[in-house]
Design a protein around this ligand. Structure first.
Ligand code: NAD
Ligand code: UDP
Length: 319
């Protein structure tokens, strides 16, 4: 039985990861400050004696004896990470320093949840790991993008200087149950709007693209990366290479929810990347043939069912 720390474990991705790690017979410590995550996401795990929930902020040191650390703590949606940009970059940078310091002290292996945002508004398409990116260092997305880039640097430097066992994954847009309905990401926004019969808000003309990965595929990739051969550090892209425009996504969601919602267009936010699609050859080769298994439509059906249940429970929708 391994003892595993998951920072940001009460968030969308973290809650699925905690569940998976417990299912595999590990002991899990879930650390979160509940900024964008919630106890509800892990409520069903609280009865498990091998699960521990800790309220803590990763910008402060945390001491515990563990074998592995998955470092996920960081708000991921633009609305939330732009709410307090200084706190966002502190979370990425100081959080990485504190968790790497812990890994160094106790000899734990540590995985960083980095992001496709390190590629910024990419000039190379699709994006291989070797691409250095096109990031605005002083724009509204910089607190997140540059924080994550700096965290990658810290991970590599702790490895080179102190032999810390590190792994870096670059996650592309991921969706699924347990997403925060208020966090402003496109999949949750469109589904909630469609279910409530509200206007679907497309930012800009909707021709910008993203490649959407269902959360189970991501968690599989994360666990395989943690268990990959020691010399393989990454960074490795973990994402679904099937690319959609935001218009196509909106049409898909309207169809799958049988919604009467109309599409409206709002201003495109500053520095919004025009296109994004991962090259996943490295993941396939290094992570035993890892590739996404769940196509968008199938994943959307599961996610729609989740949000429907949530909105009914909240009294915002009738069954
Ligand atoms: P999320 O916002 O649902 O989860 C982040 C969790 O971190 C939340 O539970 C939040 O409360 C917690 N947190 C934030 N600041 C903290 C702090 N200072 N101390 C302790 N806990 C803190 O987002 P998510 O989608 O689950 O993302 C998880 C990780 O994966 C993040 O690091 C994110 O950058 C990365 N990622 C996600 C995506 C995606 O599409 N979901 C894409 C790229 C990268
Ligand atoms: N977006 C949109 N309507 C929304 C929310 C987002 O059209 O209600 C667009 C956004 O401008 C971006 C894409 O959807 O082009 C993905 O946005 P998200 O915030 O989910 O992720 P990110 O931009 O970080 O990839």
């Amino acid at each position: 039985m391994k003892k595993i720390l998951v920072t940001g474990g009460a968030g969308f991705v973290g809650s699925h990861l905690c569940e998976r790690l417990l299912r595999e017979g590990n002991e899990v410590i879930c650390l979160d400050n509940y900024f964008t995550g919630s106890k509800e996401n892990v409520l069903h795990l609280l009865d498990n004696p091998y699960f521990e929930l800790v309220r803590h902020d990763v910008t402060e040191p945390y001491l515990v004896e563990v074998d592995e650390i998955y470092n996920l703590a960081c708000p991921a949606s633009p609305v939330h990470y732009q709410h307090n940009p200084i706190k966002t970059i502190k979370t990425s940078v100081m959080g990485a320093i504190n968790m790497l310091g812990l890994a160094k002290r106790v000899g734990a292996k540590i995985l960083q949840a980095s992001t496709s945002e390190v590629y910024g508004d990419p000039l190379v398409h699709p994006q291989p790991e070797s691409y250095w990116g096109n990031v605005n260092p002083i724009g509204i997305r910089s607190c997140y993008d540059e924080g994550k880039r700096c965290a990658e640097t810290l991970f590599m430097d702790y490895h080179n200087q102190n032999d810390v066992k590190i792994k870096i994954i670059r996650i592309f847009n991921t969706y699924g149950p347990n997403m925060n309905p208020e966090d402003g990401r496109v999949v949750s926004n469109f589904i909630v709007q469609a279910l409530k019969g509200e206007n679907i808000t497309i930012f800009g003309d909707g021709t910008q693209t993203r490649s959407f990965q269902y959360v189970d595929d991501l968690v599989e990739g994360m666990v395989r990366m943690m268990n990959s051969r020691g010399e393989f550090l990454g960074p490795v892209n973990i994402g679904n290479p099937v690319e959609f425009t935001m218009l196509e996504l909106a049409e898909n969601v309207i169809k799958l929810t049988n919604s009467t919602s109309k599409i409206i267009h709002l201003a495109l936010p500053q520095d919004d990347p025009m296109q994004r699609k991962p090259v996943i050859e490295v993941a396939f080769k290094e992570l035993n043939g890892w590739e996404p298994k769940i196509p968008l439509e199938k994943g959307l059906v599961k996610t729609i069912a989740y949000f429907k249940g949530l909105l009914i429970k909240r009294g915002e929708l009738t069954a």
